[in-house]
Ligand binder design. Structure first.
Ligand SMILES: CC(C)(COP(=O)(O)OP(=O)(O)OC[C@H]1O[C@@H](n2cnc3c(N)ncnc32)[C@H](O)[C@@H]1OP(=O)(O)O)[C@@H](O)C(=O)NCCC(=O)NCCS
Length: 430
């Protein structure tokens, strides 16, 4: 039996975080300061508490001591993992989530991902807390992955830099001593300082932990479309719509077009001009990083790498997807929709999603997921549900992995943000 799921994030935040005008002003300032030579070595001119940073990741190494149950004192230092420590970090991650990969496989996966374009030039960094008396012994770890954001406010759009934090874990023996909290505080200091991140995000199923550390949950919903496998695969009007498969070679160009058109769009609602709109940009490096993970898992479990990465209709609409082999789910990473002709029945979108269903069937996956909740996507999914033999229903629920947002300097007062977020930015559990 096949299940088609449509997951979504209702792009809305109901928390007071930051003053939107202030944010724009700081975005401008951030872009400006990027050009200043003083920042080449990470020296912050405005934030005195960070003046001692020098070098892109050279952080102040304030020791953090904990007392273990047996009375031993362990002192930890924070830093970006050295090549040797990275292996320890990956080993630690491999045991953190009831691992589906063994240690060697996790290390091989990380090496595989390290050659992706996103990983280069500091786009991916591994952080850790390690024992002062034994630097090879890693106690806690996490990663930062670069993201680009579009920020829109009162008629202005800006592109700003940021990160997604992933793979947070602490060695079992050392949990509950504040190590992960201490490490994340250090990472956010880096984000605010040398990392020059105006916006950062993370995805987690343990909201209380991150809320306590100043991360703000984004209200999220998931639209689930349950249906059976027995879709009539040749569905009248959709069969006539000419959609083409997308391959690796197409991604770079389409992402560039997509990002360019997003930067040009003005999406702000006239009824809420005071809101700031944040959009994670579907840049090719981020989209392809997920493909890199699919490739590694496809090769490992099926001796085969996915070839089809999405589907497109002319140059007006397209989907990219990635294969989540662990969850047996085809995730629609991004829906680009600039369909110019009248399509009240959403036939074009339905035809694109039909391609996704066919691809999911190819791999014997049990679900398809998208976080896009626009009416056209909903209509397409509804149509496909109804076309199945044992059609069930469309339902909405909260996503298990909630998204959290953090803006530089907690003292910013952002009154309201509308957040766009699609599955391409999700980190799974790398
Ligand atoms: C979550 C994790 C990183 C915390 O590490 P840690 O070094 O023990 O963290 P800290 O000591 O700073 O904070 C511990 C707090 O996190 C809370 N916490 C840990 N795991 C939790 C969970 N699954 N659900 C809810 N809260 C959790 C603890 O209750 C504790 O709160 P307390 O101080 O009120 O008792 C660690 O438990 C771990 O590695 N878990 C497995 C991997 C994981 O789930 N990572 C998070 C992915 S988003």
């Amino acid at each position: 039996m096949y299940v088609v799921q449509a997951q979504s994030l209702i792009p809305y935040i109901d928390m007071t975080i930051i003053n939107s005008a202030n944010l724009i002003e700081r975005a401008d300032r951030s872009n400006l300061t990027l050009c200043k030579p003083a920042l080449a070595c990470g020296i912050q001119q405005t934030a005195t508490r960070r003046q001692y940073f020098c070098g892109s990741t050279n952080m102040p190494r304030k020791p953090y001591s904990i007392t273990m149950m047996n009375g031993d004192t362990v002192t930890a230092l924070f830093g970006e993992a050295t090549a040797e420590q990275q292996i320890e970090c990956y080993t630690l991650s491999s045991s953190a989530w009831a691992s589906y990969l063994d240690e060697d496989e996790v290390i091989a996966r990380e090496k595989h991902l390290s050659v992706e374009s996103l990983s280069r030039d500091g786009g991916r960094r591994t952080w850790c807390l390690y024992r002062q008396d034994d630097p090879g012994s890693v106690l806690s770890t996490c990663k930062t992955l670069r993201r680009d954001f579009r920020l829109e406010n009162t008629g202005n759009t800006h592109q700003v830099g940021g990160y997604c934090i992933t793979s947070v874990c602490t060695a079992t023996l050392y949990r509950g001593h504040g190590l992960a909290s201490h490490m994340l505080r250090n990472v956010t200091d880096w984000l605010d300082g040398p990392g020059q991140a105006l916006v950062s995000v993370l995805y987690s199923g343990i909201p209380q932990f991150y809320e306590r550390l100043g991360w703000n949950p984004v209200l999220d919903m998931e639209v689930i479309l349950n249906t059976s496998a027995w879709l009539y695969d040749v569905l009248g009007p959709y069969a006539k719509i000419s959609v083409r498969p997308l391959r690796d070679a197409d991604i770079e160009e389409l992402c560039a077009k997509d990002t360019e058109s997003l930067m040009k769009q003005y999406k702000q609602s006239e009824s809420t001009p005071e809101k700031t709109r944040l959009t994670i940009l579907p840049t090719a490096d981020v989209v392809k990083y997920q493909h890199g993970l699919s490739n590694y898992m496809g090769e490992l479990w099926h001796y085969e790498i996915p070839e089809i990465r999405g589907a497109a209709y002319e140059d007006q609409a397209w989907l990219y997807w990635f294969h989540d082999f662990r969850g047996r789910c085809l995730y629609v990473q991004r829906v680009h929709d600039s369909i110019s002709k009248e399509d009240p029945e959403a036939h074009i979108m339905t035809a694109l999603f039909l391609c996704a269903i066919r691809e999911a069937k190819e791999w014997n996956f049990t679900s398809i997921a998208t976080w896009d909740t626009t009416s056209r996507v909903r209509k397409a999914l509804q149509t496909l549900a109804q076309a199945s033999v044992f059609s069930k229903s469309v339902s909405e629920s909260h996503r298990k992995q909630k998204m959290f947002l953090r803006l530089r300097d907690g003292d910013m007062d952002l009154s309201s943000i509308v957040m766009d977020n699609e599955a391409f930015s999700w980190n799974l559990r790398y």
